[in-house]
Design a protein around this ligand. Structure first.
Ligand SMILES: [Zn+2]
Length: 250
């Protein structure tokens, strides 16, 4: 992620800290990881984990994170009160090979919290467990969908974040309003069920984070997918900070 590394060199708020190391075909790989520390808010920083390209042939999310971080660099107030942990390429071998699966042949997004031997999954599980994120956002692009949609799970308020995020993203791409998407029941582009083994919070938490998986229609223009992701991410930051402020005043 050369573009993100350049941003990290220029911005006092943005740090590059690649994670883990593993070998594939005799070559060493790391998982790129970046930390964006927004200006101080009221209380402890809100920790979000933002993950993209766990399917190697979905580079749209990684590009969108470059766009998103550029926007934050120009206006850090967007991230006020946040510590954003950004993982733009969760499947570096698949990204290099332009394949959904990792070079091991595994779909990494079916391996989480199942004692997987895949090194990418183990490193990411360790991150998710260690940082105890308040929210987890993952970015995907679906070549079978004509519109935007989102999987929600975790904290009850997740839907209150997802609806406005989709609404803002809809300025760039239509929403998928089918009753069934990807085999799951959907309501206004929001799905509450999903596959087993997807990248998500540590199972069994008493206070689970909000968890949103955003999907763009992969056949749409790349520019619009990037803008839709960026709009959705910025909206989630605004809405969650607002909901947290209300919760603290009750
Ligand atoms: Zn995907």
């Amino acid at each position: 992620m050369i573009a993100l590394d350049q941003l990290a060199e220029q911005s006092p708020y943005f740090l590059s800290k690649a994670l883990g190391q593993f070998d594939s075909d005799g070559r060493a790989y790391t998982l790129p990881r970046y930390l964006f520390l927004g200006p101080k808010g009221g209380g402890d920083p809100i920790r979000l984990g933002i993950f993209a390209t766990i399917h190697g042939d979905e580079p749209e999310g990684a590009l969108a994170l470059t766009r998103f971080v550029t926007a934050l660099g120009n206006n850090p107030e967007i991230a006020k009160g946040y510590a954003l942990f950004i993982y733009p390429v969760c499947n570096p071998t698949g990204f290099e090979d332009n394949t959904r699966h990792a070079r091991s042949g595994k779909d990494l997004n079916r391996e989480f919290w199942r004692d997987s031997a895949e090194p990418e999954v183990r490193f990411l599980e360790s991150e998710i467990w260690t940082h105890a994120f308040d929210g987890i956002i993952t970015l995907h692009s679906d070549d079978t969908s004509d519109g935007l949609y989102a999987f929600v799970s975790g904290a009850v308020l997740t839907e209150n974040l997802t609806e406005p995020a989709l609404r803002e993203a809809e300025k760039f791409l239509p929403r998928n309003r089918n009753r069934v998407i990807d085999g799951f029941v959907a309501q206004e582009g929001i799905l509450k069920d999903c596959y087993q083994g997807v990248l998500k919070a540590t199972p069994g938490l008493v206070r689970p984070p909000f968890e949103i998986t955003l999907e763009t229609p992969q056949k749409a223009s790349l520019h619009r997918q990037v803008e839709a992701f960026n709009a959705a991410l910025q909206t989630i930051l605004v809405e969650y900070r607002y909901l947290q402020a209300i919760a603290q005043n009750i």
